[in-house]
Design a protein around this ligand. Sequence first.
Ligand code: SF4
Length: 558
Amino acid sequence: MHMFCYQCQETGEGKGCTHTGECGKSEEVANLQDLLIYALKGIGILNDALFNTGAAIDRKIGMFVCHALFTTVTNTNFDPDRLHGVIARALAIKREMRARQADLLKRHRDSSSTKDKALPEDEYVVWDSTDRAEIVKKAYAVGVLSTTNEDIRSLREMITYALKGMAAYTYHANILGYFDDAIVAFIYRALTAVSREHTLGELVTLALEAGRINIDAMALLDKANNETFGQSTVSKVPLGVREHPGILISGHDLKDIADLLTQTDGTGVDVYTHSEMIAAHYYPKLKKFSHLAGNYGNAWWNQEEDFVKFNGPIVVTSNCITPVHPSYAGRIFTTGPAAYPGVRHIQRDENERIDFSDVIALAKRLPPPTQIDAQTFTGGFGWRQLAEAAPKIIDLVRAGKIKRFVVMAGCDGRDRSRIYYHEVAERLPVDSIILTAGCAKYPFMTLSLGEIDGIPRIIDAGQCNDCYSLVKIALLLMEGFSAKSINDLPISFDISWYDQKAVAVLLSLLHLGVAGLRLGPTLPGFLSPKIRTMLVEKFALRPIGTSEADVKAMMAGR
Ligand code: SF4
Protein backbone atom coordinates (compact mmCIF):
# COMPACT_ATOMS: atom_id res chain seq x y z
CA MET A 1 0.00 0.00 0.00
CA HIS A 2 1.40 3.42 -0.99
CA MET A 3 -0.84 5.70 1.04
CA PHE A 4 -3.87 5.51 3.26
CA CYS A 5 -6.40 8.30 3.65
CA TYR A 6 -10.03 8.02 4.67
CA GLN A 7 -10.71 11.50 5.92
CA CYS A 8 -13.41 12.59 3.47
CA GLN A 9 -16.70 11.31 2.12
CA GLU A 10 -15.24 10.44 -1.28
CA THR A 11 -12.74 7.98 0.13
CA GLY A 12 -12.03 5.00 -2.13
CA GLU A 13 -14.87 2.44 -2.01
CA GLY A 14 -15.98 4.01 1.25
CA LYS A 15 -12.95 2.48 2.98
CA GLY A 16 -9.83 4.45 2.10
CA CYS A 17 -7.73 5.80 -0.75
CA THR A 18 -4.68 3.58 -1.06
CA HIS A 19 -2.90 4.51 -4.30
CA THR A 20 -4.02 7.97 -5.23
CA GLY A 21 -6.79 10.10 -3.78
CA GLU A 22 -10.22 10.23 -5.35
CA CYS A 23 -9.74 13.97 -4.80
CA GLY A 24 -6.61 13.91 -6.96
CA LYS A 25 -4.15 13.86 -4.06
CA SER A 26 -0.94 12.02 -4.93
CA GLU A 27 0.52 9.39 -2.62
CA GLU A 28 3.47 11.72 -2.00
CA VAL A 29 1.16 14.51 -0.83
CA ALA A 30 -0.94 12.12 1.28
CA ASN A 31 2.14 10.83 3.06
CA LEU A 32 3.64 14.29 3.53
CA GLN A 33 0.36 15.40 5.11
CA ASP A 34 0.58 12.42 7.48
CA LEU A 35 4.10 13.48 8.42
CA LEU A 36 2.94 17.05 8.94
CA ILE A 37 0.28 15.78 11.38
CA TYR A 38 3.01 13.72 13.08
CA ALA A 39 5.18 16.84 13.50
CA LEU A 40 2.18 18.87 14.71
CA LYS A 41 1.55 16.23 17.37
CA GLY A 42 5.09 16.94 18.57
CA ILE A 43 4.36 20.66 18.72
CA GLY A 44 1.07 19.91 20.48
CA ILE A 45 2.79 17.75 23.11
CA LEU A 46 5.46 20.39 23.77
CA ASN A 47 3.02 23.27 24.02
CA ASP A 48 0.47 21.33 26.06
CA ALA A 49 3.20 20.53 28.59
CA LEU A 50 4.35 24.12 28.63
CA PHE A 51 0.77 25.41 28.96
CA ASN A 52 0.30 23.09 31.96
CA THR A 53 3.20 24.81 33.71
CA GLY A 54 1.32 28.11 33.44
CA ALA A 55 2.82 29.46 30.22
CA ALA A 56 0.70 31.64 27.99
CA ILE A 57 -0.18 30.45 24.49
CA ASP A 58 2.34 31.65 21.94
CA ARG A 59 -0.03 33.07 19.29
CA LYS A 60 2.49 32.89 16.49
CA ILE A 61 2.93 29.16 17.05
CA GLY A 62 -0.81 28.71 17.55
CA MET A 63 -1.55 30.44 14.26
CA PHE A 64 1.07 28.31 12.51
CA VAL A 65 -0.48 25.11 13.91
CA CYS A 66 -3.97 26.17 12.73
CA HIS A 67 -2.60 27.04 9.30
CA ALA A 68 -0.68 23.74 9.10
CA LEU A 69 -3.72 21.67 10.13
CA PHE A 70 -5.79 23.56 7.55
CA THR A 71 -3.18 22.64 4.92
CA THR A 72 -4.17 18.98 5.35
CA VAL A 73 -7.93 19.55 4.87
CA THR A 74 -9.29 17.85 1.74
CA ASN A 75 -8.94 19.91 -1.47
CA THR A 76 -6.68 22.51 0.08
CA ASN A 77 -3.04 21.75 -0.71
CA PHE A 78 -1.81 19.43 -3.46
CA ASP A 79 1.72 20.80 -3.66
CA PRO A 80 4.56 18.63 -2.25
CA ASP A 81 7.04 21.52 -2.28
CA ARG A 82 4.83 23.75 -0.18
CA LEU A 83 4.14 20.84 2.19
CA HIS A 84 7.89 20.30 2.59
CA GLY A 85 8.08 23.98 3.55
CA VAL A 86 5.34 23.64 6.19
CA ILE A 87 6.94 20.46 7.58
CA ALA A 88 10.34 22.21 7.77
CA ARG A 89 8.75 25.04 9.76
CA ALA A 90 7.03 22.58 12.11
CA LEU A 91 10.30 20.73 12.72
CA ALA A 92 12.10 24.05 13.29
CA ILE A 93 9.52 25.06 15.92
CA LYS A 94 10.06 21.79 17.79
CA ARG A 95 13.84 22.19 17.52
CA GLU A 96 13.76 25.76 18.82
CA MET A 97 11.44 24.88 21.71
CA ARG A 98 13.58 21.93 22.75
CA ALA A 99 16.75 24.00 22.55
CA ARG A 100 15.18 26.73 24.68
CA GLN A 101 13.35 24.44 27.09
CA ALA A 102 15.41 25.28 30.14
CA ASP A 103 14.62 28.93 29.61
CA LEU A 104 10.95 28.30 28.75
CA LEU A 105 10.40 26.10 31.80
CA LYS A 106 12.30 28.36 34.18
CA ARG A 107 10.13 31.26 33.26
CA HIS A 108 6.83 29.44 33.45
CA ARG A 109 7.12 26.56 35.87
CA ASP A 110 5.18 26.83 39.07
CA SER A 111 8.02 27.27 41.55
CA SER A 112 6.32 24.93 44.05
CA SER A 113 6.34 22.11 41.53
CA THR A 114 9.19 19.64 41.45
CA LYS A 115 8.00 17.95 38.27
CA ASP A 116 8.25 19.36 34.76
CA LYS A 117 12.02 19.55 34.89
CA ALA A 118 12.05 19.05 31.15
CA LEU A 119 9.67 19.09 28.23
CA PRO A 120 8.38 15.64 27.13
CA GLU A 121 10.54 13.42 24.94
CA ASP A 122 7.86 11.53 23.00
CA GLU A 123 8.84 10.15 19.59
CA TYR A 124 6.70 12.85 17.99
CA VAL A 125 8.73 15.50 19.77
CA VAL A 126 12.16 14.03 19.21
CA TRP A 127 12.03 13.08 15.54
CA ASP A 128 13.82 15.64 13.40
CA SER A 129 15.51 15.93 10.04
CA THR A 130 16.53 18.53 7.51
CA ASP A 131 17.23 15.94 4.82
CA ARG A 132 14.46 15.79 2.20
CA ALA A 133 14.99 12.10 1.37
CA GLU A 134 14.85 11.18 5.05
CA ILE A 135 11.72 13.29 5.50
CA VAL A 136 10.03 11.48 2.62
CA LYS A 137 11.06 8.09 4.06
CA LYS A 138 9.61 9.02 7.44
CA ALA A 139 6.42 10.27 5.78
CA TYR A 140 5.75 6.76 4.47
CA ALA A 141 6.12 5.29 7.98
CA VAL A 142 3.84 7.45 10.13
CA GLY A 143 0.48 7.18 8.38
CA VAL A 144 -3.00 6.55 9.70
CA LEU A 145 -2.50 2.75 9.73
CA SER A 146 0.35 3.00 12.22
CA THR A 147 -2.42 2.82 14.84
CA THR A 148 -3.17 -0.88 14.51
CA ASN A 149 -6.36 -1.14 16.60
CA GLU A 150 -9.11 -0.12 14.16
CA ASP A 151 -11.43 1.29 16.84
CA ILE A 152 -8.74 3.41 18.49
CA ARG A 153 -7.64 4.50 15.00
CA SER A 154 -11.22 5.41 14.14
CA LEU A 155 -11.61 7.67 17.16
CA ARG A 156 -8.11 9.16 16.95
CA GLU A 157 -8.70 10.06 13.33
CA MET A 158 -12.19 11.42 13.95
CA ILE A 159 -10.75 13.73 16.61
CA THR A 160 -7.85 14.73 14.34
CA TYR A 161 -10.28 15.55 11.52
CA ALA A 162 -12.37 17.66 13.90
CA LEU A 163 -9.16 19.50 14.87
CA LYS A 164 -8.52 20.20 11.18
CA GLY A 165 -12.02 21.65 10.83
CA MET A 166 -11.80 23.78 13.96
CA ALA A 167 -8.30 24.92 12.95
CA ALA A 168 -9.68 26.13 9.61
CA TYR A 169 -12.33 28.23 11.39
CA THR A 170 -9.74 29.53 13.85
CA TYR A 171 -7.24 30.35 11.11
CA HIS A 172 -9.78 32.55 9.28
CA ALA A 173 -10.53 34.39 12.54
CA ASN A 174 -6.80 34.76 13.28
CA ILE A 175 -6.22 36.39 9.89
CA LEU A 176 -8.73 39.06 10.93
CA GLY A 177 -6.92 39.58 14.24
CA TYR A 178 -9.25 37.51 16.44
CA PHE A 179 -7.85 34.91 18.84
CA ASP A 180 -9.16 32.57 21.49
CA ASP A 181 -6.25 30.95 23.31
CA ALA A 182 -8.53 28.32 24.86
CA ILE A 183 -9.19 26.87 21.39
CA VAL A 184 -5.48 26.54 20.66
CA ALA A 185 -4.87 25.08 24.14
CA PHE A 186 -7.51 22.46 23.36
CA ILE A 187 -5.91 21.68 20.00
CA TYR A 188 -2.59 21.04 21.80
CA ARG A 189 -4.30 18.87 24.42
CA ALA A 190 -6.14 16.85 21.80
CA LEU A 191 -3.03 16.42 19.62
CA THR A 192 -1.31 15.07 22.73
CA ALA A 193 -4.20 12.77 23.59
CA VAL A 194 -4.38 11.20 20.13
CA SER A 195 -0.64 10.47 20.37
CA ARG A 196 -0.87 8.54 23.62
CA GLU A 197 -2.70 5.50 24.97
CA HIS A 198 -6.33 6.13 25.86
CA THR A 199 -9.40 3.97 26.19
CA LEU A 200 -12.28 4.12 23.73
CA GLY A 201 -14.41 5.80 26.38
CA GLU A 202 -11.81 8.50 26.97
CA LEU A 203 -11.52 9.15 23.25
CA VAL A 204 -15.31 9.39 22.85
CA THR A 205 -15.37 11.98 25.64
CA LEU A 206 -12.59 13.89 23.91
CA ALA A 207 -14.43 13.74 20.57
CA LEU A 208 -17.53 15.32 22.12
CA GLU A 209 -15.34 17.94 23.78
CA ALA A 210 -13.91 18.68 20.34
CA GLY A 211 -17.51 19.29 19.24
CA ARG A 212 -17.97 21.75 22.10
CA ILE A 213 -14.75 23.62 21.38
CA ASN A 214 -15.63 23.71 17.69
CA ILE A 215 -18.71 25.76 18.60
CA ASP A 216 -16.33 28.27 20.23
CA ALA A 217 -14.19 28.30 17.08
CA MET A 218 -17.26 28.92 14.90
CA ALA A 219 -18.41 31.66 17.31
CA LEU A 220 -14.99 33.31 17.12
CA LEU A 221 -15.13 33.38 13.33
CA ASP A 222 -18.73 34.61 13.34
CA LYS A 223 -17.65 37.49 15.59
CA ALA A 224 -14.56 38.22 13.49
CA ASN A 225 -16.51 38.32 10.23
CA ASN A 226 -19.44 40.35 11.53
CA GLU A 227 -17.30 42.89 13.39
CA THR A 228 -14.84 43.29 10.52
CA PHE A 229 -17.21 43.40 7.56
CA GLY A 230 -20.47 44.57 9.19
CA GLN A 231 -23.41 42.46 10.28
CA SER A 232 -24.38 40.03 7.53
CA THR A 233 -27.74 40.86 6.01
CA VAL A 234 -30.26 39.13 3.79
CA SER A 235 -29.09 39.80 0.25
CA LYS A 236 -30.05 39.00 -3.34
CA VAL A 237 -27.07 37.61 -5.24
CA PRO A 238 -27.07 37.82 -9.05
CA LEU A 239 -25.95 34.60 -10.74
CA GLY A 240 -25.52 36.17 -14.20
CA VAL A 241 -22.61 38.15 -15.66
CA ARG A 242 -21.79 41.68 -16.82
CA GLU A 243 -19.87 42.82 -19.87
CA HIS A 244 -16.56 43.75 -18.19
CA PRO A 245 -13.54 41.54 -17.63
CA GLY A 246 -13.72 39.80 -14.28
CA ILE A 247 -11.78 38.02 -11.54
CA LEU A 248 -13.35 34.94 -9.94
CA ILE A 249 -12.50 34.37 -6.29
CA SER A 250 -13.20 31.18 -4.38
CA GLY A 251 -12.47 29.67 -0.99
CA HIS A 252 -13.38 31.17 2.37
CA ASP A 253 -10.97 34.02 3.02
CA LEU A 254 -13.03 37.20 3.35
CA LYS A 255 -9.88 39.25 4.00
CA ASP A 256 -8.59 38.27 0.58
CA ILE A 257 -11.79 39.30 -1.20
CA ALA A 258 -11.78 42.57 0.76
CA ASP A 259 -8.23 43.25 -0.49
CA LEU A 260 -9.23 42.27 -4.02
CA LEU A 261 -12.33 44.48 -4.04
CA THR A 262 -10.33 47.46 -2.78
CA GLN A 263 -7.57 46.96 -5.34
CA THR A 264 -9.96 46.46 -8.29
CA ASP A 265 -12.13 49.45 -7.39
CA GLY A 266 -12.24 51.83 -10.37
CA THR A 267 -10.16 49.57 -12.63
CA GLY A 268 -13.06 48.41 -14.81
CA VAL A 269 -12.56 44.83 -13.61
CA ASP A 270 -15.51 43.10 -11.91
CA VAL A 271 -15.19 40.60 -9.09
CA TYR A 272 -17.29 37.43 -8.97
CA THR A 273 -17.48 34.91 -6.17
CA HIS A 274 -17.43 31.18 -6.74
CA SER A 275 -18.90 28.48 -4.53
CA GLU A 276 -17.59 28.91 -0.94
CA MET A 277 -17.07 32.66 -1.40
CA ILE A 278 -20.77 33.38 -2.04
CA ALA A 279 -21.07 34.50 1.60
CA ALA A 280 -19.10 37.67 0.76
CA HIS A 281 -22.29 39.11 -0.77
CA TYR A 282 -23.95 39.22 2.64
CA TYR A 283 -21.51 41.59 4.41
CA PRO A 284 -22.13 45.37 4.09
CA LYS A 285 -18.44 46.32 3.85
CA LEU A 286 -17.97 43.91 0.96
CA LYS A 287 -21.26 44.27 -0.89
CA LYS A 288 -20.90 48.09 -0.93
CA PHE A 289 -18.49 47.65 -3.87
CA SER A 290 -20.57 48.06 -7.01
CA HIS A 291 -18.13 45.90 -8.99
CA LEU A 292 -18.86 42.85 -6.78
CA ALA A 293 -20.86 41.55 -9.71
CA GLY A 294 -22.35 38.29 -8.51
CA ASN A 295 -21.77 34.61 -7.86
CA TYR A 296 -20.58 32.55 -10.81
CA GLY A 297 -21.06 28.84 -11.31
CA ASN A 298 -21.93 25.91 -9.13
CA ALA A 299 -20.45 24.10 -6.14
CA TRP A 300 -16.69 23.46 -5.76
CA TRP A 301 -16.66 20.09 -7.51
CA ASN A 302 -17.93 21.66 -10.73
CA GLN A 303 -15.10 24.17 -10.84
CA GLU A 304 -13.31 22.76 -13.86
CA GLU A 305 -16.35 23.42 -16.05
CA ASP A 306 -17.04 26.82 -14.44
CA PHE A 307 -13.40 27.98 -14.54
CA VAL A 308 -13.06 27.18 -18.25
CA LYS A 309 -16.11 29.32 -19.04
CA PHE A 310 -15.14 32.17 -16.77
CA ASN A 311 -12.37 33.27 -19.15
CA GLY A 312 -10.63 35.55 -16.62
CA PRO A 313 -8.24 34.98 -13.69
CA ILE A 314 -9.29 32.81 -10.76
CA VAL A 315 -8.06 33.18 -7.18
CA VAL A 316 -8.51 30.26 -4.77
CA THR A 317 -8.03 31.40 -1.18
CA SER A 318 -8.51 28.11 0.71
CA ASN A 319 -10.41 24.88 0.13
CA CYS A 320 -11.71 23.79 -2.28
CA ILE A 321 -9.31 23.57 -5.19
CA THR A 322 -9.63 20.56 -7.46
CA PRO A 323 -7.05 19.24 -9.97
CA VAL A 324 -6.24 22.13 -12.28
CA HIS A 325 -7.10 21.65 -15.95
CA PRO A 326 -4.50 22.91 -18.47
CA SER A 327 -7.11 25.15 -20.12
CA TYR A 328 -7.06 27.56 -17.15
CA ALA A 329 -3.74 26.63 -15.52
CA GLY A 330 -2.19 29.89 -16.74
CA ARG A 331 -4.83 32.08 -15.09
CA ILE A 332 -5.37 30.50 -11.66
CA PHE A 333 -3.67 31.68 -8.45
CA THR A 334 -3.72 30.44 -4.87
CA THR A 335 -3.37 32.23 -1.52
CA GLY A 336 -3.30 31.17 2.15
CA PRO A 337 -3.34 27.42 2.81
CA ALA A 338 -4.39 26.58 -0.78
CA ALA A 339 -1.69 25.36 -3.17
CA TYR A 340 -1.37 23.33 -6.35
CA PRO A 341 1.82 22.32 -8.19
CA GLY A 342 2.69 24.77 -10.97
CA VAL A 343 0.04 27.30 -9.86
CA ARG A 344 1.35 30.68 -8.76
CA HIS A 345 0.92 31.23 -5.02
CA ILE A 346 0.58 34.84 -3.84
CA GLN A 347 1.99 35.37 -0.36
CA ARG A 348 0.61 37.76 2.22
CA ASP A 349 2.86 40.62 3.27
CA GLU A 350 3.73 41.37 6.90
CA ASN A 351 0.30 43.08 7.32
CA GLU A 352 -1.47 39.94 6.06
CA ARG A 353 -2.34 41.86 2.87
CA ILE A 354 -2.16 40.43 -0.62
CA ASP A 355 -0.99 42.36 -3.66
CA PHE A 356 -3.30 41.39 -6.52
CA SER A 357 -1.79 43.73 -9.14
CA ASP A 358 -0.61 40.90 -11.43
CA VAL A 359 -4.05 39.26 -11.25
CA ILE A 360 -5.76 42.56 -12.12
CA ALA A 361 -3.37 43.22 -15.02
CA LEU A 362 -4.11 39.75 -16.38
CA ALA A 363 -7.87 40.27 -16.04
CA LYS A 364 -7.68 43.39 -18.21
CA ARG A 365 -6.17 41.35 -21.04
CA LEU A 366 -8.80 38.59 -20.93
CA PRO A 367 -12.42 38.47 -22.17
CA PRO A 368 -15.45 38.80 -19.83
CA PRO A 369 -17.06 35.65 -18.44
CA THR A 370 -19.49 33.53 -20.45
CA GLN A 371 -22.92 33.51 -18.85
CA ILE A 372 -24.05 30.18 -17.40
CA ASP A 373 -26.98 31.32 -15.27
CA ALA A 374 -29.18 34.39 -15.05
CA GLN A 375 -31.18 33.87 -11.87
CA THR A 376 -30.71 35.41 -8.43
CA PHE A 377 -30.30 33.70 -5.09
CA THR A 378 -31.28 35.10 -1.69
CA GLY A 379 -29.09 34.31 1.31
CA GLY A 380 -27.44 35.85 4.34
CA PHE A 381 -29.90 34.87 7.07
CA GLY A 382 -27.41 34.93 9.90
CA TRP A 383 -28.59 34.13 13.39
CA ARG A 384 -28.88 37.83 14.23
CA GLN A 385 -31.46 38.26 11.44
CA LEU A 386 -33.28 35.16 12.52
CA ALA A 387 -33.29 36.34 16.13
CA GLU A 388 -35.30 39.37 15.00
CA ALA A 389 -37.73 37.14 13.12
CA ALA A 390 -37.88 34.53 15.91
CA PRO A 391 -41.15 35.76 17.54
CA LYS A 392 -42.91 35.63 14.16
CA ILE A 393 -41.46 32.19 13.38
CA ILE A 394 -42.53 30.86 16.77
CA ASP A 395 -46.07 32.24 16.19
CA LEU A 396 -46.17 30.51 12.78
CA VAL A 397 -45.16 27.23 14.40
CA ARG A 398 -47.79 27.63 17.12
CA ALA A 399 -50.40 28.45 14.46
CA GLY A 400 -49.50 25.24 12.60
CA LYS A 401 -48.29 27.13 9.52
CA ILE A 402 -44.74 25.86 9.98
CA LYS A 403 -44.74 22.17 10.85
CA ARG A 404 -41.06 21.37 10.61
CA PHE A 405 -37.58 22.77 10.12
CA VAL A 406 -35.17 20.56 8.22
CA VAL A 407 -31.49 21.38 8.55
CA MET A 408 -29.86 20.46 5.24
CA ALA A 409 -26.42 21.92 5.75
CA GLY A 410 -22.87 20.82 5.11
CA CYS A 411 -21.13 20.11 1.84
CA ASP A 412 -21.83 19.23 -1.74
CA GLY A 413 -19.75 16.73 -3.69
CA ARG A 414 -19.38 14.64 -6.82
CA ASP A 415 -21.30 11.62 -5.54
CA ARG A 416 -24.34 11.21 -7.80
CA SER A 417 -26.46 10.03 -4.90
CA ARG A 418 -26.37 13.60 -3.60
CA ILE A 419 -29.36 14.16 -5.90
CA TYR A 420 -31.16 12.94 -2.75
CA TYR A 421 -30.84 16.43 -1.22
CA HIS A 422 -32.42 18.05 -4.29
CA GLU A 423 -35.25 15.53 -4.10
CA VAL A 424 -35.78 16.07 -0.38
CA ALA A 425 -35.99 19.84 -0.95
CA GLU A 426 -38.56 19.30 -3.71
CA ARG A 427 -40.58 16.76 -1.72
CA LEU A 428 -40.75 18.63 1.57
CA PRO A 429 -44.31 19.93 2.03
CA VAL A 430 -45.15 23.63 1.85
CA ASP A 431 -45.40 23.93 5.63
CA SER A 432 -41.72 23.08 6.15
CA ILE A 433 -38.63 25.28 6.18
CA ILE A 434 -35.13 24.29 5.07
CA LEU A 435 -32.28 25.71 7.14
CA THR A 436 -29.03 25.55 5.22
CA ALA A 437 -25.41 26.67 5.21
CA GLY A 438 -22.42 25.57 3.20
CA CYS A 439 -22.24 24.07 -0.28
CA ALA A 440 -25.01 21.64 0.72
CA LYS A 441 -27.43 24.20 -0.70
CA TYR A 442 -26.12 24.05 -4.27
CA PRO A 443 -28.30 21.04 -5.26
CA PHE A 444 -31.47 22.97 -4.35
CA MET A 445 -30.57 26.65 -4.06
CA THR A 446 -32.36 27.76 -7.22
CA LEU A 447 -35.59 25.87 -6.52
CA SER A 448 -38.56 28.22 -6.12
CA LEU A 449 -40.01 26.93 -2.86
CA GLY A 450 -41.83 30.12 -1.94
CA GLU A 451 -42.50 31.57 1.50
CA ILE A 452 -44.61 31.00 4.59
CA ASP A 453 -46.14 34.37 5.56
CA GLY A 454 -43.02 36.18 4.40
CA ILE A 455 -40.53 33.65 5.80
CA PRO A 456 -38.65 32.04 2.88
CA ARG A 457 -38.78 28.27 2.75
CA ILE A 458 -35.03 28.13 2.14
CA ILE A 459 -33.15 30.01 4.83
CA ASP A 460 -29.47 30.20 3.94
CA ALA A 461 -27.09 31.31 6.68
CA GLY A 462 -24.07 31.37 4.37
CA GLN A 463 -21.20 28.99 3.85
CA CYS A 464 -19.76 26.24 6.04
CA ASN A 465 -17.94 29.01 7.92
CA ASP A 466 -21.40 30.21 8.96
CA CYS A 467 -22.67 26.95 10.47
CA TYR A 468 -22.54 28.72 13.83
CA SER A 469 -25.73 30.50 12.79
CA LEU A 470 -27.55 27.17 12.53
CA VAL A 471 -26.45 26.21 16.04
CA LYS A 472 -27.58 29.61 17.35
CA ILE A 473 -30.92 29.37 15.54
CA ALA A 474 -31.57 25.98 17.16
CA LEU A 475 -30.67 27.43 20.56
CA LEU A 476 -32.96 30.43 19.94
CA LEU A 477 -35.84 28.12 19.08
CA MET A 478 -35.15 26.11 22.25
CA GLU A 479 -35.42 29.31 24.23
CA GLY A 480 -38.54 30.42 22.35
CA PHE A 481 -40.32 27.13 22.98
CA SER A 482 -38.86 26.67 26.47
CA ALA A 483 -37.63 23.30 25.26
CA LYS A 484 -35.36 21.29 27.54
CA SER A 485 -33.72 19.43 24.71
CA ILE A 486 -32.96 20.24 21.10
CA ASN A 487 -34.79 17.00 20.31
CA ASP A 488 -38.05 18.49 21.64
CA LEU A 489 -38.06 21.02 18.79
CA PRO A 490 -39.75 20.44 15.43
CA ILE A 491 -36.33 20.14 13.77
CA SER A 492 -34.81 17.32 11.77
CA PHE A 493 -31.14 17.17 10.82
CA ASP A 494 -30.44 15.82 7.34
CA ILE A 495 -26.75 16.62 7.00
CA SER A 496 -24.67 16.32 3.88
CA TRP A 497 -20.99 15.88 4.69
CA TYR A 498 -17.77 15.87 2.71
CA ASP A 499 -14.69 17.20 4.50
CA GLN A 500 -13.25 17.71 7.94
CA LYS A 501 -15.15 20.89 8.83
CA ALA A 502 -18.26 18.76 8.50
CA VAL A 503 -16.73 16.24 10.92
CA ALA A 504 -16.18 19.05 13.43
CA VAL A 505 -19.76 20.30 12.98
CA LEU A 506 -21.13 16.77 13.31
CA LEU A 507 -19.36 16.43 16.68
CA SER A 508 -20.75 19.84 17.69
CA LEU A 509 -24.28 18.60 16.98
CA LEU A 510 -23.65 15.39 18.91
CA HIS A 511 -22.25 17.45 21.78
CA LEU A 512 -25.52 19.45 21.76
CA GLY A 513 -27.36 16.16 22.14
CA VAL A 514 -28.94 16.02 18.68
CA ALA A 515 -30.42 12.54 18.27
CA GLY A 516 -31.59 10.82 15.11
CA LEU A 517 -29.40 12.87 12.77
CA ARG A 518 -29.32 11.62 9.18
CA LEU A 519 -25.92 11.72 7.56
CA GLY A 520 -25.22 11.27 3.88
CA PRO A 521 -24.65 10.52 1.18
CA THR A 522 -22.66 7.80 2.99
CA LEU A 523 -21.53 7.33 6.56
CA PRO A 524 -17.84 8.13 7.15
CA GLY A 525 -15.38 5.44 6.06
CA PHE A 526 -13.26 6.25 9.11
CA LEU A 527 -15.92 4.85 11.45
CA SER A 528 -14.99 1.29 12.35
CA PRO A 529 -17.96 -1.10 12.67
CA LYS A 530 -17.75 -0.92 16.47
CA ILE A 531 -17.57 2.90 16.61
CA ARG A 532 -20.37 3.17 14.09
CA THR A 533 -22.56 0.89 16.21
CA MET A 534 -21.67 2.95 19.26
CA LEU A 535 -22.77 6.20 17.55
CA VAL A 536 -25.96 4.56 16.32
CA GLU A 537 -26.80 3.32 19.82
CA LYS A 538 -25.83 6.48 21.68
CA PHE A 539 -27.08 9.16 19.24
CA ALA A 540 -29.33 7.23 16.84
CA LEU A 541 -27.08 8.50 14.05
CA ARG A 542 -28.31 7.01 10.76
CA PRO A 543 -27.54 7.01 7.07
CA ILE A 544 -29.90 8.70 4.65
CA GLY A 545 -32.54 6.51 3.03
CA THR A 546 -34.68 7.39 0.02
CA SER A 547 -35.88 10.98 -0.25
CA GLU A 548 -39.49 9.79 -0.18
CA ALA A 549 -39.14 7.70 2.97
CA ASP A 550 -36.97 10.26 4.76
CA VAL A 551 -39.30 13.19 4.06
CA LYS A 552 -42.22 11.14 5.34
CA ALA A 553 -40.30 10.17 8.47
CA MET A 554 -38.96 13.65 9.16
CA MET A 555 -42.40 15.23 8.81
CA ALA A 556 -43.64 12.65 11.31
CA GLY A 557 -40.91 13.72 13.71
CA ARG A 558 -38.73 10.65 13.19
FE1 SF4 B 1 -9.24 10.03 -0.56
FE2 SF4 B 1 -10.65 12.02 0.56
FE3 SF4 B 1 -8.23 11.45 1.41
FE4 SF4 B 1 -8.60 12.61 -0.98
S1 SF4 B 1 -9.03 13.48 1.06
S2 SF4 B 1 -7.20 10.95 -0.51
S3 SF4 B 1 -10.49 11.56 -1.63
S4 SF4 B 1 -10.03 10.12 1.54
